[in-house]
Design a protein around this ligand. Structure first.
Ligand code: DOR
Ligand code: ZN
Length: 372
């Protein structure tokens, strides 16, 4: 990494290895076509999330989805495909997909706790209970050295009482993750979009070559005040839920340490405005238009720009065993305004808002800019 400074010692630009986004929802169809070029401009590759509808559960789906994505990004982009862990996911399909189609991991979604999670695992205990299909899949992943990616949230405590949403991740970290690790000691695990103090403390003590985590820029930049200022702000709403300031500060402290098991995952998750400004707002917001720029902002705030390259461009690919990029990108300290919504074709008679996708920070400034 090269940090270029002005006479006051302030970093004005960064030249770094092209990053990898280890958590991205590219969606499918027309949305995919809008997202893919922005993704490939900023990132050399990344983890492609499988919660499309229908979810990605067969080797053929993995191969076809990968091809649809590469048609839009070009072959220079390296998609690390994933499959969706259901209660019936077939181990042979997992092995086949990993052999044929660059399938790097299987994503666990707790049923009902996030967007498109209806097919998710009904009972987290099946992750450590022999005889269940999710258990068998985790055994297979250990054997073929592929990663289990975790949406680390529990919906209920051990007595069956529904949890406060702010407690979902801490509960999972305390009660569920250690059981998975004990049952599958050779399994590689990535805890996705870490969002709490409890998560950060656990990772700091337990992270290693078999256990890592991704961090989003939104969880490093926002806290509950940003979500609720003047009313509920649907266009800043994600799962996991944005937590209080002390959590944000703890995550920034983890990010800035430069630990090898902590990496970038935007969790860019675009939805049409009709699904965001709805009776029940879907979780997820488009981040790809500023997918690396916003991390520069967060690391700058934390005084940790020197560690941005390891976090963004090295740690993720190293963990997943793929080559780092030999390309570089340049980021400049130059603020710009997010000016426009993105549009998709709308079917005749459909809600026009179903063809509008609102990017994060619309009408607001982003402090860093990607050089052309
Ligand atoms: O906010 C989120 N959106 N969190 C997720 O886990 C899923 C994602 C989506 O697919 O929209
Ligand atoms: Zn996600």
């Amino acid at each position: 990494v090269q940090l270029i400074k002005d006479t006051d010692g302030r970093v004005t630009s960064i030249v770094m290895r092209k990053p990898f986004d280890m958590h991205h929802h590219v969606r499918d169809g027309e949305m995919l076509k809008v997202i893919a070029p922005m993704l490939a401009r900023r990132f050399a590759g990344g983890i492609i999330m499988p919660n499309t509808s229908p979810p990605i559960v067969t080797a053929k789906q993995v191969g076809d989805y990968r091809k649809r994505l590469l048609d839009e990004t070009g072959e220079d982009f390296t998609p690390l495909m994933t499959m969706y862990l259901t209660d019936t996911l077939d181990c042979d399909e997992v092995m086949e997909a990993s052999k044929l189609h660059d399938m790097f991991g299987v994503k666990y979604y707790p049923r009902g706790l996030t967007t498109n999670s209806d097919s998710g695992v009904a009972d987290p205990a099946s992750l450590w209970t022999p005889g269940t299909r999710p258990y068998e899949v985790l055994q297979t992943l250990s054997r073929i050295r592929r990663t289990l990616l975790l949406h680390a949230a529990d919906g209920f405590d051990r007595t069956g009482k529904e949890l406060n949403p702010y407690e979902q991740e801490p509960h999972f970290i305390r009660e569920t993750l250690p059981r998975i690790k004990d049952a599958h000691p050779h399994l590689k695990i990535s805890v996705e979009h870490l969002s709490t103090i409890e998560g950060a403390d656990y990772m700091q003590s337990n992270g290693d070559a078999f256990l890592g985590c991704s961090l989003t820029s939104q969880h490093l930049l926002l806290d509950t005040r940003d979500l609720h200022r003047g009313g509920f702000n649907a266009h800043r709403s994600w799962f996991p839920i944005i937590q209080g300031e002390e959590h944000k500060e703890r995550l920034l402290a983890l990010a800035k340490k430069g630990l090898p098991f902590v990496w970038l995952g935007t969790d860019s998750a675009p939805h049409p405005v009709s699904d965001k400004e709805a009776a029940c707002c879907k979780g997820g917001v488009m981040m790809v238009h500023a997918g690396i720029e916003l991390y520069a902002e967060a690391f700058d705030k934390a005084g940790a720009l020197a560690n941005l390259e390891d976090f963004a461009s090295k740690n993720g690919p190293n963990f997943y065993g793929v080559q780092q990029s030999n390309d570089t990108i340049t980021l400049r300290r130059q603020s710009w305004t997010v000016l426009e919504n993105f549009s998709l074709p709308v079917a005749d008679g459909a809600d026009p808002r179903s063809g509008v996708v609102r990017p994060f920070r619309l009408g607001e400034q982003v402090e860093w800019q990607l050089a052309a």
